[in-house]
Design a protein around this ligand. Structure first.
Ligand SMILES: CC(C)(COP(=O)(O)OP(=O)(O)OC[C@H]1O[C@@H](n2cnc3c(N)ncnc32)[C@H](O)[C@@H]1OP(=O)(O)O)[C@@H](O)C(=O)NCCC(=O)NCCS
Length: 177
């Protein structure tokens, strides 16, 4: 199976909404609003076109990941970060390495764009394999309650988290994922 990953085009919006809805359809903790979040983020200042990535197999859209801008702390000392959510692979293509590919591509693109960290709130025991660490190890707090095991951060380069502290500030429209 050949999987390709590319940034989204404007014409992909509806396709991406469907991929996201199909991926989360049977997820028990989902509010089934993830696709709405993608649309809201696309229309916001937090959107980065290079970081809305679509995975395709034979031209069929099978996966998607979105990373958007957020900040840690406020004012002049605010530290720019990325927030990863949602991550979606349609059920028929799960467990075939597609999320791995999307995440690896997303990390490379994020580093190339100069970002130093990626934050996420996720399913437990999944993102450690990609180098994410528990957020509770850092003096960084989310603006909502979430289980410790679900809150993770990835330094994209050594020392990226040194001296970073504060409350995470998400873009308007960002939901908890
Ligand atoms: C979670 C999800 C993105 C994984 O996508 P995927 O393409 O099936 O994952 P991959 O095949 O790339 O798996 C990568 C690794 O993660 C593991 N993995 C896959 N799904 C997992 C899960 N739900 N929990 C823990 N580990 C998981 C795989 O076993 C694999 O490990 P291995 O390389 O040691 O075999 C996909 O199942 C999905 O879209 N789920 C519904 C939406 C969702 O929950 N998104 C994530 C929110 S944080």
């Amino acid at each position: 199976m050949v999987v390709t990953v590319r940034r989204e085009h404007p014409r992909d919006a509806e396709t991406i909404a469907q991929v996201v809805q199909r991926a989360y359809a049977d997820v028990p903790y989902s509010d089934h609003r993830e696709h709405i979040m993608v649309d809201l983020m696309r229309a916001s200042d937090a959107y980065i076109p290079e970081l809305s990535l679509l995975a395709e197999v034979n031209g069929e859209a099978v996966g998607h990941v979105l990373l958007t801008k957020a900040h840690i702390g406020f004012g002049y000392s605010a530290f720019p970060t990325l927030a990863l959510a949602p991550l979606s692979v349609v059920p028929a293509f799960q467990r075939q390495g597609i999320s791995k590919l999307l995440i690896s591509y997303a990390h490379d693109q994020s580093a190339a764009l100069g970002f130093a960290t990626i934050l996420l709130v996720c399913i437990p025991n999944y993102y450690q394999q990609f180098g994410y660490e528990r957020l509770s190890r850092c003096p960084i707090k989310l603006p909502f309650d979430a289980p410790d095991a679900n809150c993770m951060i990835l330094p994209l380069k050594p020392g990226a988290l040194d001296g970073v502290s504060g409350i995470v500030c998400y873009a308007e429209g960002w939901l908890e994922h």
